[in-house]
Design a protein around this ligand. Structure first.
Ligand code: FAD
Length: 408
């Protein structure tokens, strides 16, 4: 399988048409905060007509969980229902196509459906799936996934300060989260906290499902960013936020938060190649067109060997990242996604995207630095791929750790 299936190619075409018509004309408005991205994502759902299928898949999944007992974790990878009806290849193509125009849209979509929705699907009880997962996966509600804190980024577990303590049948949450995608507008939050007072050597980390409007929960204004400006990012504040027992994701006190976060991060990281590919494809295409028509020293700059080499290297990166997209989709479908691959694919593809977008700016020269040309935004947006879901140094450490487990 070294190319998209005929069905995936068709989806790619439909998405391209949608993005050309609906997103391209408003890219500057999105980038300058004149419009949040959510209505466009809902319009995309309408255009693809996927809501009824997603709803039906999750309902089927709930029925199965109810019949077999346990929580959503019964449905691991390999089961199409674990993606809420979204085929992994289709999800990659959506991310890729959005990233050709407005990577922030893909980031907001991915954080809501992939991170928040994915966490709900993997661990939620039938009641939680019914109450939250359907709406998040159909984008009727906006989701956020909140792990990072002002003092806890790369060391998200060890330095986490947000606490949860029992009070009768309820939980009381205190603390704050930062850099959370969609936080300023989210309806539903999957938020991680450290459980205090268990008497265990290490406080366990658990996830809660929180809703906007709960007393004690507030969010900040969208933060000003270098790139991904079409994706609102913000803080979440918890001030004696009292939530009922059933706000605990999965409702079981199995203290599996570390494992769940790692699983979620692997899925998030495995989406990075598709995002990178969208940026790379667009930068490459725009660069070739520009190089052929821009004349200097009496000839198109495309004739200069230095420009040809830059373009050839972009193509090499595109080919490699495309293969990572295909492998990611295959691993997700087979239920074989793993930390080593996800980190390697994320690191390689994110660095390739920033390199290619930087090269595109050089081919465009001064024009590349101007907002009038698309590569300026894509270069700013690409940088986030090296930071979100763990910085490159963390990917490298994880890859090494996984390798050390394999060989004595
Ligand atoms: C636009 C945006 C959206 C985001 N969305 C979300 C979201 O939806 N949910 C969420 O929970 N988080 C989100 N994040 C947070 C993101 O995951 C963190 O920013 C990221 O994990 C890095 O943490 P940090 O910013 O605290 O950097 P730090 O941990 O402070 O790291 C800074 C630098 O220190 C060095 N470093 C740190 N640790 C090590 C180490 N062990 N070895 C070697 N070097 C090291 C690296 O050079 C690193 O780049 C988002 C961030 C951004 C910018």
């Amino acid at each position: 399988m070294f190319e998209f299936s005929p069905q995936a190619k068709m989806a790619e075409q439909v998405l391209r048409q949608f993005c050309e018509k609906e997103i391209r004309p408003v890219v500057r408005d999105l980038d300058e905060h004149r419009m949040p991205p959510y209505d466009l994502i809902r319009k995309l759902y309408d255009a693809l007509g996927i809501r009824p299928m997603i709803r039906a898949q999750i309902e089927k999944m709930i029925e199965r969980v109810e019949n077999e007992g346990g929580g959503g974790e019964l449905l691991g990878g390999g089961d199409p229902a674990s993606g809420g009806g979204i085929d992994p290849m289709m999800a990659q193509i959506v991310m890729k196509e959005l990233c050709r125009y407005a990577p922030g849209l893909a980031l907001s979509f991915g954080a809501s459906v992939g991170l928040c929705g994915g966490a709900l699907l993997r661990k939620g009880t039938p009641e939680q799936l019914r109450r939250y997962a359907i709406d998040v996966m159909t984008f009727d509600k906006i989701g956020a996934w909140a792990l990072t804190e002002p003092g806890a980024g790369s060391d998200a577990f060890g330095s986490m300060k947000t606490t949860a303590r029992r009070d009768g049948g309820d939980w009381i949450l205190n603390g704050s989260k930062t850099f959370i995608t969609n936080a300023p507008y989210a309806d539903v939050f999957v938020l991680y906290a450290r459980v205090v007072g268990t008497g265990l050597d290490r406080d366990p980390i658990v996830a809660f499902i929180l809703e906007r409007g709960m007393e004690g929960l507030s969010t900040g204004e969208p933060m000003e960013k270098m790139g991904m400006r079409d994706s609102p990012t913000g803080e979440v504040f918890l001030d004696d936020c009292r939530v009922p027992r059933n706000a605990l994701l999965g409702e079981k006190e199995d203290w599996g938060g570390h494992r769940d976060v790692k699983q979620n991060l692997s899925h998030e990281r495995s989406g990075a190649p598709a995002m990178a590919l969208g940026i790379i494809e667009r930068c490459l295409e725009e660069s070739v067109r520009y190089a052929k028509q821009r004349v200097q020293f009496g000839q198109p700059i495309a004739d200069f060997q230095a420009v040809q080499h830059r373009i050839a290297r972009m193509e090499i990166a595109r080919e490699n990242v495309f293969n990572l997209v295909l492998k990611s989709a295959w691993l997700e479908k087979e239920g074989k996604m793993n930390a080593k691959f996800a980190c390697a694919a994320k690191l390689y593809s994110s660095e390739a995207a920033t390199q290619v977008a930087g090269d595109a700016i050089m081919i465009f020269g001064g024009n590349g630095y101007m907002k009038e040309y698309p590569v300026e935004k894509l270069a700013r947006d690409a940088k986030l791929l090296e930071i979100g879901a763990g910085v490159s140094e963390i990917q490298l450490s994880t890859i090494a750790r996984e390798l050390y487990k394999m060989y004595d």
